[in-house]
Ligand binder design. Sequence first.
Ligand SMILES: Nc1ncnc2c1ncn2[C@@H]1O[C@H](COP(=O)(O)OP(=O)(O)OP(=O)(O)O)[C@@H](O)[C@H]1O
Ligand SMILES: [Mg+2]
Length: 449
Amino acid sequence: MQFHPKSCRNEREVESKLIVQYLLPKLGYSPDNWYQEVIYGNIRLDFLTVASKKIKNLSSCVVIEAKHPQENLDHHVRRLGHYLMKTKSFYGVLTNGKEFRIYQREKDKLKFIFYCQGENIANNISKINSLIGKESLSQKFSTSQPLSIPKLSQTSIKESKKLPMKVIAVYHNKGGVGKTTTVVNLAAAFSKKGKRVLVIDLDSQANTTFATGLVKFEDEEFDNIKDCNILHVLQSEDFYSIEEVAIKSQFSNPEIHVIPSHIDLMECENKFNLIDYTRLILIDKLDKVKDKYDIVLIDTPPSLNLYARIALIATDYLIIPSDLKPFANQGLTNVKEFVKQVNGFRRQIRREPIEVLGILACKISTNARFVSATLRKRLEVIPKRYEISMMETVIYDRDDLAKCAEKMQIVGDIEIPDPVSILDFKPASKSAQEFEILADEVLEKIGDK
Ligand SMILES: Nc1ncnc2c1ncn2[C@@H]1O[C@H](COP(=O)(O)OP(=O)(O)OP(=O)(O)O)[C@@H](O)[C@H]1O
Ligand SMILES: [Mg+2]
C-alpha cells in the first residue's frame, strides 16, 4: 500500500488514508495497539499508539494528531506539547498529509526530531520506524526506566524558585472581542495550575464582576459591592487596600480573588482626570500584595479612557484579544498609539515599557473552510500590517463558553446567577483545553516555565 498526499483532501482523509491505512500498519501497530479519538482526562487525542501493554504508563505511546491539509502545523505544536505533558508520553506526530513531523518531549520542552514532505513518507519509513515504530519503542522503554524522566520534570517545576508577581492587562479598545471571557477563564486556568490569582475589574460595565459570580443580589437594594470596589481602591491612598477589597470567588476551583467594579466608576471618571496621582495608587497597592499573588489579571473597558490608562500603567504585560474582523483590526492602530502614550508616561515614572504578549485571536469561527483559508491568511497578514505579533493559541467561538457564563441557580423561588469558568463547567471541552493551552503559552512568555 502506497500513500500520496494528493489523496487527502480533508482531515478525515489524512486520518484514514495516511494514518490508519498506511502509517500504523507500516510501523507495526495492529488494530489492538492503537486507539482513535481517545479521551484522556480532559483532553482528546486523535490517535494514541501503544507499543507495549506491559509498560504500565504511557511513556511508550505515540500521540498522533492529524490536521486538514491547509492547516499550518506550526499553530498546533504547542497543543501537541500539552498532550505529551498530560499523557507523559515522549513522542508525538503532527501531520496534515503534506508535511510529516515527529517531536520528542524532553522534560517540559518539545524537540523537533524528524521532518519530511508527505510524498517522501514512504522513502523515509525505515527512519520513522526506528523512531516511533512499535518494536523500537517497546525495546527502548522496556530496557530503560521510563518513569524517571516525568518525575524529574515535575520536581524541577515544584522546586523552581518563586518568581515575582506578574501583572497582565487584557485590553482592546473595541468592544465585545472577548476581553472579559479571556480574563476570567485564563484566571481559572492559572488557578488550576497552582497559581495564586487576583483579578481586577477596571470596567464600569462590571462584566468580570458578574462573570466571577460576585453579583448574587437580585435587587439593587442589596448591592454589597457599591461601598467597596475598585473605585475605593483608586480613590484612597491610605485605606481600601487590595486585601480589604478583594472578594473570594468560587466561580473556579481553586478559588480566585477579585477586586469588583461598579457602575459608579463611570460618573467618577471626570473627577479623577484632575488628580494625576490616583493613577499610581494601584501600583503602590499592588506592590503591597506582591507576596500574596503570583498573577494579577486586569480586565479593561472597551475605550481609551482613564481606567484603561490606569490598567496599562500598572501592568507588566499586555494581551490584546481580537476577533480579527476589520473593525477590531483597525482598532489595533489606536491600541498601539495608546500603548505608546502610556509608555511615555511610564518612562517619566521610571517604569519599564509594557511588554506586549501579542494579539489573541478570540471568538473565531470553527467553520473548517474559514479556518483553513481566511483565518490562516489573517494570522499571517495582521502581524505584518500592525507590527504586533499574534499569540499562538486561538480561542474559537464555542457555545459552551457563553453558556458557562450564563449559568443560573434556583434558590428558593428566585433564580440567581451562578457563573462558572469553562474549566469547571466542561473540563473536557475544546474551549477548556484552549484556555489551558493559553495559560501555558502565557506562562512561558512571562518566564514562569
Ligand atoms: N470564544 C467565545 N465563544 C463564544 N462566545 C464568546 C466567546 N468569547 C466571548 N463570547 C461572548 O461574546 C460576548 C462578548 O464577550 P466579552 O464580554 O468577553 O467581550 P469584551 O471584549 O469583554 O466586551 P466589552 O468590550 O463589552 O467589555 C459575551 O456574551 C461572551 O459570552
Ligand atoms: Mg468586557
